[in-house]
Design a binder for this molecule. Structure first.
Ligand code: GLC
Length: 531
């Protein structure tokens, strides 16, 4: 046996715990509420660790729970080294880490390096300081254009709608790629990176196993802040590629990832995954390297429709992007920023059937899977009434874009009426539909045909089946609208039928199917694992 000291850094990563891990994203506000205020919290997560263990996930990713005025539900951080009272306190965090580790689950936390909250003490000091001073230099303040400086310094728009600049009392403008309450930090200022290093060490010392890095393709801005191409603006939204876009993926960002990696490497066994929205596999590959991120979120499966050719292309691109880097691919169907996939695939019974099929596809792939809380219950997106909407996108877009609240509705745990055991109080921060009575975890645990039972079986088999080994895929010939791939190392075959008619199964014994089989035929909207 090789000792880990014989391995190069990349090979050592191959054997690291995250290499084929299944992560579970906990959107903290919406997972479980322990104190009856209708908002999820850290003790709530702790109370449901048994469920997560039963589900069979290896690690959790917690969305931001730091001190925040919640203009973007925690992605506007006022103090990155403390817990917001809404979610608990540092002692609650320590309890959660300790208990998760007892349940053999790793804990990873979100880091938000691109911007802070406007209530961060640095930004408050910047507002009080004179233009040109060191306090302003931690953010991106500029004079405006036009003879009186009343025009923004450039034409950049905010991802949430409207201009990316806000004017302050003395006439200068500050940059915010997201909401005005999220001023962008100036990563050319060494104080900014030193502070992030301090934050990393703070949480590493408290025992976290890794980080998810928000807007990992942000941070660095091009010299001179040139205007953006208006075509990039048309593609705006959290989910956009950015070949034409000077706001993101500036080459200077890699230096910051190397700094982050150096800190993480001083704590063995810890990792980071980046949120990376970039155009092109080669641009993506630049982020995942032995001296930068361990993993990158590749959103190609989120962007693919329920159509075999599109899904196959998404898989091939995701594999090609990491092939030269020696790092594992990551797979994800949903997160807190996108429409839930049951709804993307058509909604209702058909959307759920297709979501079952795609669950088997993503869990048959080599590498790392990120599940989003509630996908294991088959939750659809919720059409919320106007009064309930809270995402800043709704207001910033002039009430034209309903934003991301529909995928953030709190989870239904048990019982027959809202809040379905999510909270001991009367309600939840976003209202749950009455129909979710049929989707509670309690109901689904008892039903062998439920979405939850499918996830449990698939996660169990993913761990225990030898056929799941190896990092490469071999594609079989398949009828139009279908595909079949084989894990080269272990031999497991996964077939998907997105066509309208049954197709013959590839040879092998059925290990698991996403729906009822039709003799030796694979029915439409179904996937199967064979050995
Ligand atoms: C990321 C997060 C999103 C947040 C944004 C600003 O895209 O996933 O939820 O609004 O960054 O921090």
């Amino acid at each position: 046996m090789r000792r880990s000291s014989d391995l190069s850094p990349e090979q050592a990563d191959e054997s690291a715990w995250w290499h084929d891990a299944v992560f579970y994203q906990v959107y903290v506000r919406s997972f479980a509420d322990s104190n009856g205020d209708g908002v999820g919290d850290l003790d709530g997560i702790r109370s449901r660790l048994g469920y997560l263990e039963l589900l069979g996930v290896d690690a959790l990713w917690l969305t931001p729970f730091y001190t925040s005025p919640m203009a973007d539900h925690g992605y506007d951080v006022a103090d990155p080294r403390d817990v917001d009272p809404l979610f608990g306190d540092l002692a609650a965090f320590d309890r959660l880490v300790a208990e998760a580790h007892e349940h053999n689950m790793k804990i990873t936390v979100d880091l938000v390096p691109n911007h802070s909250s406007d209530r961060h003490e640095w930004f408050q000091a910047a507002l009080l300081a004179a233009p040109g001073g060191p306090e302003r230099n931690r953010y991106i303040f500029r004079d405006g254009r036009g003879f009186d400086g009343s025009q923004p310094p450039n034409n950049w728009t905010s991802i949430f709608g409207g201009p990316a600049w806000t004017r302050v009392a003395d006439g200068q403008w500050y940059l915010h790629l997201f909401a005005p309450e999220q001023p962008d930090l100036n990563w050319d200022n060494p104080e900014v990176s030193a502070d992030l290093a301090r934050t990393l060490r703070f949480w590493l010392d408290r025992g976290v196993d890794g980080f998810r890095i928000d807007v990992a393709h942000g941070m660095a801005k091009p010299h001179g802040l040139p205007d953006m191409d208006v075509r990039a603006e048309q593609a705006s939204g959290v989910l956009h590629d950015n070949a034409l876009d000077p706001r993101f993926d500036d080459d200077g960002v890699h230096e910051h990832h190397r700094m982050i990696r150096k800190v993480i490497d001083s704590y063995p066994g810890r990792m980071a995954v980046g949120e990376i929205w970039v155009q092109g596999d080669d641009r993506f590959a630049r982020y995942v390297r032995p001296d930068e991120l361990h993993l990158g979120f590749n959103f190609r499966l989120v962007q693919a429709g329920f159509e075999a050719e599109q899904v196959r292309a998404a898989i091939e691109h995701s594999l090609a992007a990491v092939a030269p880097t020696g790092t594992p691919p990551t797979w994800t169907l949903s997160n807190h920023d996108v429409v839930r996939h049951v709804t993307r695939y058509g909604g209702g019974a058909l959307g759920a059937q297709r979501a079952r099929a795609m669950a088997l596809v993503q869990l048959a792939l080599p590498g790392v899977v990120y599940l989003y809380n509630g996908e294991e219950l088959g939750l659809p997106n919720v059409e919320l009434p106007d009064w309930a909407l809270q995402d800043p996108t709704w207001v910033r877009s002039g009430h034209t874009d309903r934003g991301r609240d529909g995928c953030r509705v709190p989870l239904p745990w048990e019982g027959s009426a809202p809040p379905f055991g999510f909270s001991s109080g009367q309600g939840s921060w976003l209202p749950q539909p009455d129909e979710w009575a049929g989707l509670t975890a309690e109901r689904q645990l008892e039903d062998p045909d439920s979405m939850l039972s499918l996830y449990r079986q698939a996660l169990e088999l993913r761990k225990s089946t030898e056929g799941m080994s190896g990092t490469e895929l071999e594609w079989y010939g398949a009828p139009p609208g279908c595909f079949a791939f084989r894990r080269k190392g272990g031999g497991l075959i996964c077939a998907l039928n997105t066509s309208g008619a049954p197709v013959p199964l590839p040879p092998g014994e059925v290990l698991l199917s996403s729906g009822p089989m039709d003799g030796d035929q694979l029915p439409p909207d179904t996937a199967v694992w064979l050995v």
